[in-house]
Design a binder for this molecule. Structure first.
Ligand SMILES: Cc1ncc(COP(=O)(O)O)c(C=O)c1O
Length: 366
């Protein structure tokens, strides 16, 4: 640890690798861009902290306008609440009774809401919350894509909301309808029309619930790919964008997303067996690959084409001068899962390491 701390103030190229780097100026610009977008809107950002798993970044987002944070897992919620975040939405179902006890207990320190789509789970939450003397806030997840968790849009959800209204340990706060990242829809207009259809299902469901005389305080939707579609959509109150803070090479392919790639994995060239092939010390264990290979930053003609656990293979032109011991930066194809492979962020400004931030909720998947 001491060796790592002593790297503060050094040039980033002196870091031992693989190392996960944040370019602070670029990340701050992303946070500011998002906050400028929501200035004066009817909706607000609730930044998804599953991307960075870091209280440092969560607090930066909150101080620039995010209404608390989203998390995907209870363990992440505990880390965020432990760091002083006061408003958390778990955008996922929690069902294990022991976890539900942890969830309810968190409400002693913060307003922690959870997604629900099942009556027996709702009853269990209510029972535990009553014993604790609190009301657990819930959002009903609506499956606007028919692919993941959630009640069906429309009548099914409206009936479910009425049913849980009888549970005294629960407070219905609203609906959540994550309409997906639309990563395969590059063009903005096509993305807008696809996402708007799904948001329309959510809006109709809100209307149906309100017709029953039940107030829907929160309507949560959206992602980085749809932040400025969900953020405009009538009735949506919160947008759950996460990746915008770092961006990645997959999101960068979408039109209209003017965020910067602020996250890279620093790698060392460990071999150059033939002039056309460079091998780096970054593979599956330090960079995510489920959305494809990373991009090599600022190396003309270099293409990352294959990886194994601890090796990355990059093709280069024979005139390329990279040699053993040199460092290169890789832009992940998926920032969120890459972050979860590392213990710390090395926070850099220009070429210098300015800070080291632990990734406190790394691996907190329970
Ligand atoms: C429930 C939920 N909300 C929001 C997001 C948006 O995240 P991002 O902005 O990183 O695409 C995701 C992504 O997986 C999600 O699962």
């Amino acid at each position: 640890l001491e060796a790592r701390i002593s790297s503060i103030g050094n040039n980033k190229s002196e870091l031992e690798t693989p190392a996960l780097l944040i370019d602070l100026d670029l990340m701050n610009a992303n946070i500011e861009r998002m906050s400028a977008y929501f200035g004066g809107k009817h909706s607000t950002l609730r930044a998804h902290s599953k991307t960075h798993k870091s209280p440092y970044i969560a607090h930066k987002q909150i101080s620039s306008g995010s209404r608390g944070v989203c998390v995907q897992k209870l363990g992440e919620a505990e880390v965020m609440v432990g760091s002083g975040v006061k408003d958390v939405l778990i955008t996922n179902e929690v069902v294990d009774p022991r976890k539900l006890e942890r969830l309810v207990a968190l409400n002693n320190y913060a307003d922690v809401k959870v997604a629900v789509d099942n009556l027996s789970v709702a009853k269990k939450i209510s029972e535990i919350a009553r014993i604790e003397g609190i009301k657990q806030g819930v959002l009903i997840e609506v499956d606007v894509r028919n692919r993941r968790c959630g009640r069906l849009p429309g009548r099914d959800t409206a009936d479910f909301v009425k049913e849980i209204g009888n549970l005294s340990g629960i407070e219905f706060r609203g609906l959540m309808g994550y309409e997906g990242p639309f990563l395969d829809v590059t063009g903005f207009e096509a993305r807008k029309s696809g996402a708007s259809k799904l948001l329309g299902q959510l809006a109709e469901t809100v209307e149906m619930v309100e017709k029953e005389g039940i107030h829907v305080e929160i309507v949560s939707a959206g992602s980085t790919g749809t932040y400025n579609i969900a953020g405009e959509y009538q009735g949506v109150t919160e947008v759950e964008a996460g990746s915008y803070v770092f961006m990645d090479s997959t999101y960068r392919k979408l039109d209209g997303l003017k965020f910067h790639c602020a996250l890279t994995v620093l790698a060392t060239v460990i071999s150059r067996p033939i002039p056309e092939r460079v091998i780096v010390d970054v593979g599956w264990k330090t960079i995510a690959s489920e959305l494809g290979p990373p991009e090599v930053k600022d190396v003309e003609g270099a293409k990352f084409y294959h990886q194994s656990e601890e090796h990355g293979l990059i093709s280069v032109g024979s005139e390329n001068r990279l040699s053993v011991g040199d460092k290169v930066e890789l832009i992940p194809s998926h920032c969120c899962t890459t972050v979860n492979l590392h213990d710390n962020f090395y926070v850099t400004r220009k070429e210098k390491v300015e800070a080291i931030w632990p990734i406190a909720a790394r691996g907190r998947s329970q």
